[in-house]
Ligand binder design. Structure first.
Ligand code: AMP
Ligand code: GLY
Length: 434
């Protein structure tokens, strides 16, 4: 047998999710180097195989040029914007292997109208909805006596997680419609608007890695989207997560596979857009019945920071199998542990916040077992680590139980400080009461 070629891997993105991707990929003996474009302060400090590349995640031609010039064997796309721009299409056209969906398949995330109509065509459980393309029609619907509140109003295009409004009555609903169609707060991303039924229940996220037909499932996770304890205040990119989420029982997972994952992959293939890469299914679970709240065309952030550390098998082998069409042959084992991640954010996030704050990290973190401090908005300036974004760290810890992983994660959070640092104090507690 010829020896396996040492691989060069490129990761596209700059958040804690991409730091976790680098961490997982770099563990494999078969990986020689990991480049991350543009990466962050944490990936800059990893050393060894890992190096940041000063290219934006949206500079597709430059990224392809880098991949060709540096003999990159596999590219993994972390964030949604390059997927919507068609990074997978241009890499494939140049015969470069890449993990992610094509631009057409990524519409499951980049167009809520496409995803809702797709689910309707294929009988996939989701909230009832209507699509509107002008303010007049949307306002008439809102004003109709048959319309019940609360309602959920969504801009169809990508809005960095800010395009969803839950409205309790007619007046706030009409205001959102004016903002979307008249003030155009999201530009073209708000040209089409979905208005849907409000779903009750608890949310969870399920991720599949797929080659278009075959798929493997990671353990289910739960995100904490609101800024404040007790799920209060504004929506954020996610303030923490834990995995596995007990709300997703084996019975629920079975329903998710049969009613959602399988028909989604089959439907996309039948319609001529085979879905490849990571499929994120955002669920609402009500009385043991799963409904799709949203699809994303990538892994979640912060869910990745708890899902990947629980994967026992070689991650890069699974990624390689997903592009070779051998996913059903590869090992995909999980650790029998729990993981929790607590996001430390800049004071003021998700609204205005300051950056450039000096960060202090206690030295003993490096020696602690079963913990990973994933960086998001950090930068290295003259050898000093400083804040550079809204979400700054995602502090992950493992434990034999969920409680142990939560306590462990918070004990590490206390060892990190910068002016204005903010975090939720109740990450994972919902999972303890199930
Ligand atoms: P999305 O970007 O579609 O995931 O929506 C962002 C968040 O809004 C979700 O994570 C839910 O918390 C909430 N949400 C979206 N759609 C609904 C719905 N139909 N019913 C209840 N909550 C929803
Ligand atoms: N955690 C939510 C997301 O990644 O979209």
């Amino acid at each position: 047998m010829s020896p396996v070629k040492a691989m060069n891997v490129l990761i596209v993105g700059s958040g804690a999710r991409e730091h976790a991707l680098c961490w997982a990929v770099a563990q494999s003996d078969r990986v020689q180097s990991v480049f991350v474009a543009p990466g962050n302060g944490g990936t800059a400090m990893m050393g060894g195989k890992v190096r940041n590349v000063l290219l934006k995640a949206t500079a597709l031609d430059d990224l392809l040029g880098f991949a060709v010039d540096n003999d990159i064997d596999l590219t993994v796309v972390g964030s949604e914007v390059p997927l919507e721009l068609g990074i997978v299409d241009i890499f494939r056209a140049a015969q470069k292997l890449v993990v992610g969906p094509t631009q057409a398949a990524a519409r499951l995330e980049s167009s809520k109208v496409f995803s809702k109509e797709f689910m309707l065509r294929h009988g996939i459980p989701t909230a009832d909805y209507h699509v509107f393309r002008d303010a007049h029609a949307a306002s008439s619907y809102i004003g109709s006596p048959e319309t019940l509140f609360p309602l959920v109003i969504k801009a169809s295009g990508l809005c960095a997680g800010k395009g969803v409004f839950i409205v309790s009555g007619k007046e706030p609903a009409l205001m959102v419609i004016r903002e979307l169609f008249e003030d155009r707060i999201f530009g073209d991303a708000g040209n089409e608007v979905v208005i849907e039924e409000f779903l009750q229940g608890q949310e969870a996220s399920v991720f599949a890695l797929t080659d278009g037909t075959r798929y493997r499932l990671f353990l289910p996770a739960q995100d904490h989207k609101r800024i404040g304890d007790g799920d209060t205040g504004k929506n954020t990119g996610g303030m923490g997560a834990y995995c596995p989420a007990p709300i997703v029982t084996p019975e629920v997972m079975q329903k998710v596979e049969e009613r959602i994952i399988k028909p989604t992959l089959k439907g996309m293939a039948e319609e001529g857009f085979p879905y490849t890469g990571f499929l994120y299914v955002g669920l609402m679970i009500d009385g043991g019945e799963p409904f799709v709240v949203e699809y994303n065309a990538r892994l979640g952030d912060p869910e990745t920071q708890v899902v990947l550390p629980l994967l026992k098998s070689d991650f890069i082998a699974a990624l390689q199998a997903s592009v070779d069409g051998t996913l059903d042959e590869v090992s995909f084992e999980m650790h029998r542990k729990s993981a929790a991640t607590v996001v430390i954010a800049s004071g003021g996030y998700p609204d205005h916040y300051e950056t450039g704050k000096t960060i202090s990290l206690s030295d003993d973190i490096a020696e602690m077992e079963d913990c990973m401090v994933f960086h998001a908005g950090t930068a290295c300036e003259g050898g000093q680590l400083v804040t550079a974004g809204g979400r700054v760290f995602s502090v992950t810890a493992l434990g034999q139980t969920l409680k142990e992983s939560i306590d462990h994660a918070y004990s590490i959070v206390e060892k990190i400080s910068f002016e204005g640092a903010y975090y939720r104090t109740d990450i994972g507690t919902k999972g303890l009461s199930i």
